[in-house]
Design a protein around this ligand. Structure first.
Ligand SMILES: Nc1ncnc2c1ncn2[C@@H]1O[C@H](COP(=O)(O)OP(=O)(O)OP(=O)(O)O)[C@@H](O)[C@H]1O
Ligand SMILES: [Mg+2]
Length: 204
């Protein structure tokens, strides 16, 4: 196994295509000798999945939401992600801290400096090695979601909300260009998959 990126996160607004591509990425890496651990946020542990249920379905204020997400993340990091990385596995995570900045920060207007404090406190510098940002226009993502399934609480937010979330991802990408790779997820699914695999080939 090569010594490149091991902790890889998949980001983007709802319907961008994260879940569609994470399995193919895992398969591609396994074929090349990586032991792959697939996980997601908020969630990834029994406790964090319970917090996810609250987060997705109960109305709450921005600070409560941010604290719940970071509480879930701490549990996820210490019981799944860090042990897997220590064991030499490649961790693929469907959403991580960039989503908190995009949704709670840019989307809901929660204070970015406070989110940064929680990020530093909970992650202690263990950022992802590589983040694939599936960037797509909010109206395209909404059409995909409408075709796919019923909306949860966050998915019922309007186009303006998702435009703010998208700009939040753009700000994170501008702040960490070496980590965050933008993929144009408005293309057909096979084109996006090729871009994902090309990025993995370069970085892993
Ligand atoms: N490039 C694409 N072109 C057309 N449809 C796509 C594309 N990528 C994904 N889809 C479809 O859009 C829907 C949403 O995709 P997917 O569930 O992967 O998005 P997601 O980013 O994981 O969303 P969520 O954040 O809600 O989990 C699915 O039905 C999927 O088949
Ligand atoms: Mg998904």
């Amino acid at each position: 196994m090569s010594g490149g990126a091991r902790f890889i996160t998949f980001e983007g607004i709802d319907g961008a295509g994260k879940s569609s591509h994470i399995e193919a990425a895992a398969e591609w890496l396994r074929e090349r000798g990586h032991q792959v651990r697939l996980t997601r946020e908020p969630g990834g542990t029994p406790l964090a999945e319970s917090l996810r249920e609250l987060f997705l379905h109960r109305p709450m204020d921005g600070l409560t939401e941010a604290l719940l997400v970071f509480a879930a993340r701490r549990d996820h990091l210490r019981s799944v992600i860090l042990p897997a990385l220590a064991a030499g596995q490649t961790v693929l995570c469907d959403r991580f801290t960039d989503a908190t900045f995009a949704y709670q920060g840019a989307g809901r207007g929660f204070d970015l400096a406070q989110l940064g404090q929680l990020e530093a406190w909970v992650q202690q510098g263990r950022d992802p090695d590589l983040t694939l940002w599936f960037d797509v226009a909010p109206d395209v993502a909404a059409q995909r979601r409408a075709a796919a399934r019923e909306a949860d609480r966050l998915e019922r937010e309007d186009i303006d909300f998702f435009a703010r979330v998208r700009s939040g991802y753009a700000a994170r990408a501008a702040a960490a260009p070496a980590r965050l790779v933008r993929l144009d997820a408005g293309h057909p699914i096979d084109t996006v998959r090729q871009a994902v695999l090309a990025c993995l080939a370069e970085r892993c």
